[in-house]
Write a protein that binds this ligand. Structure first.
Ligand code: KIV
Length: 266
């Protein structure tokens, strides 16, 4: 029998195996990912930027997340799937957080939900959700739903007070019952410190070398957006160029009347 997401993440930390996570938002890519060795898929609210073309994650709705998670699940039912709770679908009250999480699990069959931050309402909701059997992942550091108060998309926890606050929030999230925490855009030393002090695994993005796992946005690691070049990103392919070349080649063959050929005809 397949392990649960909680068991898998826990064992990985205990045995010091790095956890790999990639975002995905659609069936076609999910199907490809299902045939790779990646451990887990995050249907992130980054879809607001990557798929919908917005300048932040704020416009993403619960319906959007449910729609995309269903598509991903159809393509990669063999992977652990985590779905983001989008802006204003969980921050208002503990009840709202539980109801939104419940809808995601009921309607998409995802394995877990993810929340940003560690307010009292969120901590209480996490506690209740894990009692109900719902795995919750936390997210600290640069939490994109709060980019306005964090001063934009920049490294967090650079001064001691802020670093201590993030460490304390991580401990509160662990205590409340999250099975893992995403650490985004932190100094490497803080990423390492938090990872060492927690029993649950941390998943880093721009948080240095020593978190327990890594997450990247799929389209970023595939190099689809030429102009997106943050320091934390490594492009493992140049799909931007490969895609343009293929489309230009197709265009050329249509214009030159070499496609379709006899082989493509009935
Ligand atoms: O929405 C997202 O893709 C995320 C990851 C970048 C961690 O939250």
């Amino acid at each position: 029998m397949m392990k649960t997401i909680i068991q898998f993440f826990k064992e990985a930390k205990q045995t010091e195996k790095k956890i790999s996570v990639v975002t995905c938002y659609d069936y076609s890519f999910a199907k490809i990912i299902s045939e790779t060795n990646i451990d887990s898929i995050l249907v992130g609210d980054s879809l607001g930027m990557v798929i919908q073309g917005h300048s932040s994650t704020l416009p993403v709705t619960l319906e959007d997340i449910i729609y995309h998670t269903k598509a991903v699940k159809r393509g990669a039912s063999n992977k652990f799937i985590i779905a983001d709770l989008p802006f204003l679908s969980y921050q208002i009250s503990t009840e709202q957080c539980i109801l939104s999480s419940g809808r995601i699990l009921k309607e998409t069959d995802a394995d877990a939900v993810k929340v940003e931050g560690a307010t009292d309402e969120i901590l209480e909701a996490i506690f209740k959700l894990q009692k109900m059997g719902v795995p919750v992942m936390g997210h600290l550091g640069l939490t994109p739903q709060s980019f306005q108060v964090l001063g934009g998309y920049k490294v967090q926890g650079k001064d001691e007070n802020q670093a201590n606050e993030i460490l304390s929030d991580a401990k509160k999230l662990e205590q409340a019952g999250v099975y893992s925490i995403v650490l985004e855009m932190l100094p490497a030393s803080l990423g390492e410190k938090i990872s060492k002090e927690l029993k649950i695994p941390t998943i880093g993005i721009g948080a240095g070398l020593n978190t327990d796992g890594q997450v990247l946005v799929l389209q970023d690691l595939l190099g689809m957006n030429e102009s997106f070049t943050p320091k934390f990103l490594k492009k493992f392919a140049n799909l931007n160029q490969i895609t343009k070349n293929a489309i230009n080649e197709y265009n050329k063959e249509v214009k030159e009347k070499t496609f379709p050929s006899r082989e493509n005809s009935f």
